[in-house]
Design a binder for this molecule. Structure first.
Ligand code: HEC
Ligand code: HEC
Ligand code: HEC
Ligand code: HEC
Ligand code: HEC
Ligand code: HEC
Length: 334
């Protein structure tokens, strides 16, 4: 009896050792008593920005490590590429050097948005604002509240520099804040991934059909909708009026679609089987940071939710993963 009890304890201990721990990466959380991390971002007496930041504004600080000429992080979010440039040795599968980052990029991206089989480095045509500039948070707010209000957006609107941003101060996926700044009330804690992987699956730069952990993927839709509330649309929303004058009928953007072949999401039964059994999320069609997709005809002329017709053309690429409406065709195979 006692021996069996010890064996169970031993098995639990072994499990604790071999199960990779969820943890915020880099200097962003999981701090110990004698942590060195604070010194990467704060100065006690010689700070250049508030609150006691080494660089002027929070986003400037992020750029000292994650920028194009940064040296403190392997993820270069400006050029949208994973490099080997910090002085840490990461697990080899944390990212493939010179490959595109999952989020795309803020100035350049390495995508095969034209689906030809080769990734090209191209300037982005649309990106989330990152330098605290103002923009309309499309669909923010309750049914009937207009196109959305203007808010200021920067890296720290979405990410918490100190990590520990989840339920019970636990880690979250990409240190995403459970309540993004400017989103109003509500909270969505996105679970962290076990093994970090910052680059896309495909060496040729195809950004559509990426594999994400399905819990993280679905939860990310609720997370985006902390800001863009009325874009969240469960199965059936294409056939039922939400009551909102602008966002009336909406494509499924979370969870699984209808039909017996489609219990886990993916395209309807008549669609492309390659993408079956994948849940639908905002990140099915969009990247989080910026895209170099081009919009040549009708796609570039779609008015904005407030009726504005400018900017148009490529600047109407709305962070999409494929040129024009390639995202639609890849799934529905019409
Ligand atoms: C990656 C950069 C970074 C690191 C590392 C970092 N901070 Fe911060 N810290 C910031 C930024 C940016 C802000 C302002 C935005 C905010 O409050 O989230 C801030 C705000 C603060 C604040 C004021 C607001 C608040 O949250 O209470 C305190 C206190 C603070 N940091 C303490 C620390 C301590 C202590 C450490 C080390 C354990 C640390 N920071 C590590 C970037 C960092
Ligand atoms: C002192 C350097 C440094 C600064 C400053 C810094 N980071 Fe990081 N960050 C890192 C490192 C190192 C990693 C680990 C991955 C890598 O090498 O790119 C990381 C990882 C991340 C991740 C992924 C976290 C995860 O758990 O997967 C995000 C998101 C991030 N940083 C955002 C930010 C933001 C936003 C700021 C500005 C507030 C910032 N970083 C400032 C060094 C830094
Ligand atoms: C903190 C609030 C906030 C969060 C969270 C947020 N957004 Fe946004 N989003 C904005 C604001 C503000 C704008 C308008 C300014 C801009 O383009 O950055 C915007 C713009 C956009 C655009 C249009 C961009 C363009 O230039 O055409 C898309 C598409 C988008 N968001 C998708 C998403 C997706 C997908 C997510 C989740 C991964 C997300 N957003 C999370 C605030 C947010
Ligand atoms: C509108 C919200 C938003 C803003 C603004 C934003 N991020 Fe992110 N970021 C995300 C999301 C969501 C992901 C996860 C993308 C994925 O896995 O597809 C992410 C991923 C990352 C990663 C992991 C690498 C990657 O590309 O997937 C890093 C590093 C990072 N962000 C840093 C930053 C920095 C630095 C800034 C400011 C220059 C910034 N982010 C601005 C939402 C945002
Ligand atoms: C991930 C694969 C996927 C992608 C990408 C996709 N769809 Fe769909 N689409 C679905 C699923 C699943 C449904 C069934 C939705 C439901 O259960 O309500 C659907 C339903 C529809 C419907 C019928 C709506 C209804 O309920 O009557 C239309 C029309 C449609 N999609 C058009 C589009 C267009 C246009 C695009 C590109 C902007 C697109 N789809 C992209 C998977 C996809
Ligand atoms: C099936 C693909 C698909 C999914 C899923 C999807 N989007 Fe979009 N999104 C688009 C397309 C295509 C556009 C371009 C405008 C259009 O055709 O309506 C767009 C445009 C946008 C815009 C720019 C403003 C506008 O309406 O033109 C925002 C913001 C946005 N999406 C947010 C989201 C958020 C948040 C989610 C998840 C809750 C989401 N999207 C899910 C395809 C998608």
């Amino acid at each position: 009896m006692k021996r069996r009890f010890l064996a169970v304890i031993a098995a639990i201990l072994l499990l604790m050792v071999i199960t990779p721990a969820h943890a915020d990466n880099g200097p962003h959380g999981g701090y110990a008593a004698a942590t060195d991390a604070c010194a990467g971002c704060h100065r006690a007496h010689t700070a250049q920005g508030e609150p006691l930041l080494m660089a002027g504004a929070a986003y400037d600080l992020c750029m000292t490590c994650h920028g194009a000429t940064g040296s403190g992080a392997d993820t270069n979010v400006v050029d949208g590429v994973y490099l080997q440039r910090d002085n840490q040795t990461e697990p080899s599968d944390e990212g493939v050097v010179n490959r595109g980052l999952k989020g795309g990029g803020f100035s350049y991206a390495r995508m095969d948005s034209s689906w030809t089989g080769t990734a090209t480095v191209a300037p982005v045509t649309s990106a989330h604002i990152w330098n605290d500039g103002a923009g309309v948070v499309w669909g923010g707010g309750a049914i009937g509240s207009g196109a959305g209000d203007s808010i200021n957006l920067s890296c720290i609107s979405c990410h918490d520099p100190h990590g520990n941003a989840g339920d019970n101060n636990g880690p979250t996926y990409r240190i995403l804040r459970s309540t993004p700044i400017g989103s109003g009330s509500g909270a969505t804690s996105v679970p962290d991934e076990n093994q970090k992987n910052y680059t896309i699956d495909d060496s040729s730069g195809k950004y559509f059909g990426q594999s994400y952990n399905s819990d993280i993927f679905s939860q990310l839709a609720y997370w985006c909708a902390e800001c863009h509330d009325r874009y969240l649309a469960p199965s059936g929303s294409g056939g039922s009026d939400s009551g909102d004058p602008i966002f009336a009928y909406r494509h499924i953007s979370v969870g699984s679609g209808c039909g017996c072949h489609n219990i886990h999401g993916g395209p309807p039964p008549t669609g492309n089987p390659e993408y079956a059994h994948k849940p639908v999320s905002c990140l099915t069609c969009h990247v989080a940071h910026g895209s170099s997709a081009v919009m040549t005809g009708n796609a570039g002329q779609a008015p904005w939710p407030d009726g504005a017709t400018s900017p148009s053309g490529d600047a109407r690429s709305a962070l999409l993963r494929v040129d024009n409406r390639g995202t639609c065709q890849l799934c529905h195979d019409k």
